[in-house]
Design a protein around this ligand. Sequence first.
Ligand SMILES: O=P(O)(O)O[C@H]1O[C@H](CO)[C@@H](O)[C@H]1O
Ligand SMILES: O=c1cc[nH]c(=O)[nH]1
Length: 293
Amino acid sequence: MAKKVIPDSEMIVNPDGSIFHIHLHPDQLRDNIIICGDPGRVDMIASYFDTRDYEVRSREFHTIGGTYRGRPVMALSHGIGGDNIDIVMTELDALANIDLEKRVVKDTHRSLNIVRIGTSGGLQPYVPVGTPVIAAKAIGFDGVLNYYAGRNEVCDLEFEKQFCKYVDWNPLFAKPYVVEADPGLVEKIGRNDMVHGYTISAVGFYGPQGREVRLPLAEPELNHRIEKFEYEGGHITNYEMESAALQGLAKLMGHHAMTICSIIANRVATSANPNYKTAMNDLVGNVLDRLLG
Ligand SMILES: O=P(O)(O)O[C@H]1O[C@H](CO)[C@@H](O)[C@H]1O
Ligand SMILES: O=c1cc[nH]c(=O)[nH]1
């Protein structure tokens, strides 16, 4: 049977042969990828590389490819939000698994290792500012995964059910989805000396994470209920904005993905550290060493 040709409108390839938003060519893809929100953090991550092979900037997507201890690696920024993860994951997967010239899926599947190193807000007293927290389970409030077939097969449906009941989930919000991190990556990077948490990927930084700056919240008590919720002996530890879409899309596409975040604000202690770069630097060095050292 002839393979399905993906139409020009559904997967846009730039005139130079690169994929639409992230502007990378297939030969620039590496199997080990560090991703982060901040385009500036890509320079910091690449400062650990022993060689730099290329650098590409397009919108919020900044990529540097090179080697770490002789092994090929790339660092890429995805900007803020799960909607950007939909773009980055679809385009990385296209570089890996679609022939961009013929516009057909390749016969052999290529699997990528993707580690997101982010910043995050803590929701428990035992994750003070400076703590690295692994999103062992990521809870998507962003709705992205709900748009894909097979979503139920990669999600912890019992967690979703118990969570929605416990917090009395507002039906005006997108239905939460819960996805585990890749266990192999978590073992490699987390070893047994890092906090394994349940991480919420919110659909915004302020109201959607329960921050009341000037506008009152629709659900002012939601964070208190979230902090108290317990599942299999664990609590929800932190808020960020991309881990659930990353981990969910990676599972659907056949890639390995995890998220680790440095806590830069603790919502319970109402403390924050805007000078978080030192802790982030240490975390990046540690992750690269454990992934590729
Ligand atoms: O520091 P990064 O990786 O951007 O991650 C966190 O910081 C941003 C919000 O300030 C969101 O992207 C959130 O997930
Ligand atoms: O509180 C925080 C801090 C960083 N990133 C978030 O999404 N929330």
